[in-house]
Design a protein around this ligand. Structure first.
Ligand SMILES: [Zn+2]
Ligand SMILES: [Zn+2]
Length: 129
C-alpha cells in the first residue's frame, strides 16, 4: 500500500512540473503539489524530483548561487537566468554554427548547454522607472 501511495505522489510531482513550465524550484513545486495532496511532504517532493531527473523525465537546472530549478521540457534547450529576480527563460541556439567552428579546431560537440546570466525584460523596465 505504501509503495502505491508513493507512486501516486510521484505522478503528482511529475504532472506538476509538466504543468508549470516556469522552471519552478523544489519549494514552489512543493507548494503546488500541496494544493492537490495536502499529505505530501517536502522530503517526498525532493526525493521524487531527484528521481524523476535521474530517470530523464524532467530536467534539473543548476542555477549558480540559487536554488535548483526543474523543467518539464526535456528536449535539449538552453536557459537564460535573470540575476535580479531569478526568472529562468528558455531559448534556442543554433547548435550547428558553434559545432562547425569548434570542429575546425578538431573538437567534436555532442551536447550544448549554455546558461546565460543577465537581466530580464521585467527587471530592465523596473530599472528604467
Ligand atoms: Zn528579472
Ligand atoms: Zn527550460
Amino acid at each position: 500500500m505504501k509503495a502505491q501511495r508513493y507512486s501516486k505522489q510521484r505522478e503528482l510531482v511529475l504532472r506538476t512540473v509538466k504543468d508549470h513550465l516556469t522552471h519552478p524550484t523544489a519549494l514552489e513545486i512543493y507548494g503546488l503539489t500541496r494544493e492537490k495532496d495536502p499529505t505530501i511532504s517536502m522530503g517526498t517532493v525532493y526525493r521524487n524530483l531527484n528521481l524523476l531527473a535521474e530517470q530523464g523525465k524532467i530536467l534539473q537546472i543548476k542555477v549558480p548561487g540559487g536554488a535548483d530549478r526543474f523543467d518539464g521540457i526535456i528536449e535539449p534547450h538552453n536557459h537564460a537566468v535573470c540575476t535580479k529576480c531569478g526568472m529562468v527563460m528558455d531559448y534556442c541556439f543554433d547548435f550547428e554554427d558553434l559545432s562547425r567552428s569548434l570542429e575546425k579546431s578538431g573538437f567534436k560537440c555532442e551536447e550544448l548547454n549554455i546558461t546565460v546570466r543577465g537581466t530580464c525584460k521585467n527587471c530592465l523596465t523596473k530599472a528604467d522607472e
